[in-house]
Design a protein around this ligand. Structure first.
Ligand code: NOJ
Length: 591
């Protein structure tokens, strides 16, 4: 008898326990499906230097973007993210800022900026700026003061190490042939820290005065009416200023052997982001995006869990880092689709109940998505570009879409180092040269690999000289294939890559299931097909993506339930269930 009652008791406890968990989950889930404009937006990234030159100096500019506003609007995107347009000597194309409240001379004036912002808002487009505050330019007045003397009021705006203490502990510096993140400065017999090039000294966030300056500058831009910031390497801002020695063992044990993970583990990082949220972000209806360098699935929510009041979203590097051969500079090996699917599925899981994710395959630091993740051979270029667009715009998380990808631009594939302009590629070439490495092989590797100029060649507007980008000499060579691959040629072709992108943005905008729907991976070990469902309010869609250059099938168990075709990159899906090379289809699923 007693046993019987205790059985009931256990069942009752279990029942209520389950009920509570379900309610908690439903509430949690609500935060994921909680509607926000920045969750529903498609973000279009413009690399201003390469978008459109209005004055013939070979460099894209703000007036050029203004000329193209109707084109941008016609894409069906909602937000434009501009790479840095501030005062800069351009050691790293604007990621070295000498004046945060001015416009780079080559790009135009503050008046042009105001016209651009107004033009965007009139068209219902929002504008997100780049915020580069882990470092400034060495030509910023703060640094020029800081380096003058050890007791200068700006000294503590940067990280200095007095030479009498000996050499500082190693920190890597990207974009440096010798790989060091410290630079000796004779004037005060000290070293300063730079995680990137020596012309990009790291700002000292441990100094409250510096933080105040940054917040006031951010407020100034928000009062002007901008709609958000993409924050450059923001996870790196806080540093252990005792600069301890970090041994390889420690790095392996605590930081996955990765310096970016160490850099993103500063002691006061989240304190500063919460302060920034209080002092700036919370005051406006804007969006904030972390460039999630060093961000892991285990740490991502620390940035974007809404209860923590930090940022809205972050973008990780695990997807774009897949396939690089260790020990080489961004040399591309083959990648496994099964690994690719796992990465994107694991990241979707991070934001299942809280926070919000992002999705991207290309940007100004990456090779062209079609060359890297699709296939840029003539017979597959268009269809694989469309496949990747289908993926980007049918996943959960805000899509960041890079200018030029909408017309299927491909890698520059330069034959000589003289054609490259990017500080990173030039430094890596120099480093290899010093080490006596194989320079010819390096150039070959960069054609398919990660040279950032692959994604930075000027936008191909038409088939005329220099692709209609400039009437002068372009700062970076225009890809010869602009004669056939260009926006004008695609404008009136209903089957073009460009018009497919427009169809896909429209589909996402008109189907909230593609924004908020739960994501489930199917047939996960299939080496050729990426298949998943999205579900919302009792409805389901099935996405089938054949990432291979041969026919393939997916085993989803949903074949008989496939209903209306929402989009298909061949115009019409095959009827025998087989997907053709790089075929992408989205079906509505019917009971
Ligand atoms: C990340 C930016 O995307 C990249 O272009 C830049 O070189 C580094 N951060 C340094 O600012």
């Amino acid at each position: 008898m007693r046993l019987k009652y205790s059985k009931y008791l256990i069942v009752t406890i279990l029942y209520f326990g389950l009920l509570l968990t379900n309610t908690a989950m439903a509430q949690d889930n609500k935060s994921t499906t909680d509607r926000k404009w920045w969750k529903e937006a498609v973000v279009y990234q413009i690399y201003p230097r390469s978008f459109k030159d209005s004055n013939g100096d070979g460099v894209g500019d703000l007036k050029g973007i203004i000329q193209k506003l109707d084109y941008i609007k016609s894409l069906g995107v909602d937000v434009v993210w501009l790479n840095p347009i501030y005062g800069s000597p351009n050691a790293d194309n604007g990621y070295d800022i000498s004046d945060y409240q001015a416009i780079m001379k080559e790009f135009g004036t503050m008046e042009d900026f105001d016209t651009l912002l107004k033009g965007m808002h009139e068209r219902g487009l929002k504008l997100v700026m780049d915020l580069v505050v882990n470092h400034s330019s060495d030509e910023h007045k703060w640094f020029q003061e800081s380096r003058k003397s050890r007791d200068n009021p700006y000294r503590d705006y940067y990280h200095w190490w007095p030479a009498e203490k000996g050499k500082p502990a190693f920190r890597p510096g990207s974009f440096e042939a010798d790989g060091s993140g410290w630079r000796y400065d004779k004037q005060t017999d000290s070293y300063y820290l730079h995680y990137f090039n020596f012309k990009q000294p790291d700002l000292n966030w441990e100094n409250p005065k510096l933080r105040e300056e940054i917040y006031s500058m951010m407020n100034w831009w928000f009062k002007k009416g901008i709609d958000g910031f993409r924050m450059d390497v923001i996870p790196f801002i806080s540093k252990d200023t005792s600069f301890p020695v970090i041994t390889q063992e420690e790095l392996n044990k605590n930081y996955l052997g990765r310096w970016d993970v160490y850099f993103a583990s500063g002691p006061h990082l989240h304190e500063y982001l919460q302060e920034m949220n209080r002092e700036v972000l919370s005051k406006y209806d804007i969006m904030s995006l972390a460039e999630g360098a060093g961000m892991l699935t285990s740490t991502a929510l620390n940035f974007v869990d809404e209860d923590r009041k930090e940022l809205n979203m972050g973008y990780h590097f695990e997807g774009t880092n897949l396939g690089y051969i260790p020990g080489y500079f961004k040399k591309m090996g083959p990648y496994s689709l099964v690994d690719f699917k796992k990465i994107y599925s694991d990241w979707d899981k991070v934001y299942e109940n809280k926070g919000w994710g992002t999705i991207y395959l290309g940007n100004h630091d990456q090779p062209r998505m079609t060359s890297r993740w699709g296939n840029d051979a003539p017979e597959f270029r268009a269809v694989s570009s469309k496949l990747l667009t289908t993926f980007l715009l049918s996943m959960r998380g805000t899509p960041y879409y890079y200018n030029g990808d909408e017309i299927g631009m491909v890698n520059a594939k330069f034959d000589s180092i003289d054609e490259y302009r990017d500080i990173e590629t030039l430094a890596e070439y120099e480093r290899l040269k010093l080490a006596g490495g194989d320079l010819k092989q390096f150039i070959e590797d960069q054609k398919t690999g990660g040279a950032r100029d692959n994604g930075r060649t000027p936008f191909q507007w038409n088939s005329s000289e220099n692709g209609g980008f400039t009437s002068g000499t372009p700062w970076l060579k225009v890809n010869d294939n602009h004669v056939t691959i260009n926006a004008e040629a695609q404008e009136n072709d209903p089957n073009s890559v460009l018009n497919y992108f427009r169809k896909m943005t429209h589909l996402r905008k008109t189907n909230p299931i593609l924004v908020y729907g739960k994501y489930t991976l199917l047939d996960k070990d299939n080496p050729d097909v990426y298949a998943y469902t999205r579900e919302l309010d009792g409805k389901m869609v099935l996405v089938l993506l054949n990432f291979s250059s041969k026919n393939a099938t997916a085993n989803t168990g949903l074949y008989s339930k496939k209903g209306k075709v929402l989009i298909d990159n061949y115009g019409k899906p095959s009827t025998n269930g087989e997907l053709r090379p790089y075929e992408a289809v989205i079906y509505q699923i019917e009971d």
